[in-house]
Design a protein around this ligand. Structure first.
Ligand SMILES: Nc1ncnc2c1ncn2[C@@H]1O[C@H](COP(=O)(O)OP(=O)(O)OP(=O)(O)O)[C@@H](O)[C@H]1O
Length: 232
């Protein structure tokens, strides 16, 4: 299986605060992976490092075999936990903006996703509810033909019914040559789409397992295992 992400001995400190410590990790294509951990455990830091938005304090990161740089940013699509669009835009302007900015932006895929997620191209972004805005941000992120999708809390603001719709969209529109890394606290809602999960605790990966074996070997859901491992 093709390696998409490789982290070797990656440590990230913010001043004297340690966010990640000596992470060694390979993530392969064809997987949707859950990045799970309590508040402040280092999930967003890991995503920002892979997206090339911040630099590690030590260690090396490669995406599709290349060190972080222009080449890796071209194949990495990051949906941060804050919207990346301007409020004056309409939905269609956001699509045009992404299409101008990213060579790999697939307008046709974006159009299908908008329809699937029931977004109107003429709506002003400022008039969208938080949940509708999340649908738009997800459409923008998933419509790139990337190798690595980093989705930071993609369903935090949406109601339980809409969550199902968004998860269905991720599964439907993701391509098998890529890897999707999703951070979330809403494990029960989202675990059905994960192939694997990574538990991150105090800046270290404490567990990595495929979801099927959590169910068959441990007889537990991911949420149950998470609560057990992270009980305070
Ligand atoms: N820009 C920053 N400056 C200083 N410390 C930071 C910065 N960003 C994150 N941290 C610290 O690094 C650690 C990991 O933070 P991070 O945001 O990666 O956690 P997280 O798992 O995404 O948390 P949450 O689930 O609350 O979003 C925390 O102790 C946090 O306070």
């Amino acid at each position: 299986m093709k390696k998409i992400v490789e982290l070797q001995a990656v440590t990230k400190n913010y001043g004297s605060r340690k966010a990640l410590h000596n992470i060694n990790l390979n993530l392969e294509a064809g997987k949707i992976i859950g990045l799970l951990g309590s508040n402040g455990s280092g999930k967003s830091t890991l995503m920002k490092l892979a997206a090339g938005l911040i630099q590690p304090t030590s260690g090396t990161i490669r995406i599709c075999g290349e060190p972080i740089g222009i080449g890796t940013k071209a194949v990495t699509s990051f949906m941060p936990d804050q919207p990346v669009t301007e409020s004056w835009m309409r939905v269609k302007d956001a699509l045009r903006f992404f299409s101008d900015f990213y060579k790999d932006f697939d307008q046709e895929k974006a159009g299908s996703m908008l329809d699937f997620l029931k977004l109107d191209r003429n709506d002003r972004i400022s008039s969208l509810s938080k949940g509708m805005n999340e649908r738009l941000q997800l459409t923008l992120a998933m419509s790139r033909q990337a190798k690595l999708y980093l989705l930071d809390e993609p369903i935090g603001g949406v109601d339980p019914v809409a969550r199902g719709k968004i998860l269905d969209a991720i599964v439907k529109f993701y391509n098998e040559d890529s890897c999707v890394l999703i951070s979330t606290h809403l494990i029960t809602d989202i675990e059905r789409i994960f192939d694997e999960v990574l538990f991150i605790q105090n800046g270290e990966v404490s567990l990595r397992q495929d979801v099927e074996s959590i169910r068959s070997k441990h007889g537990k859901s991911v949420d149950e295992l998470f609560r057990e491992v992270f009980s305070e």
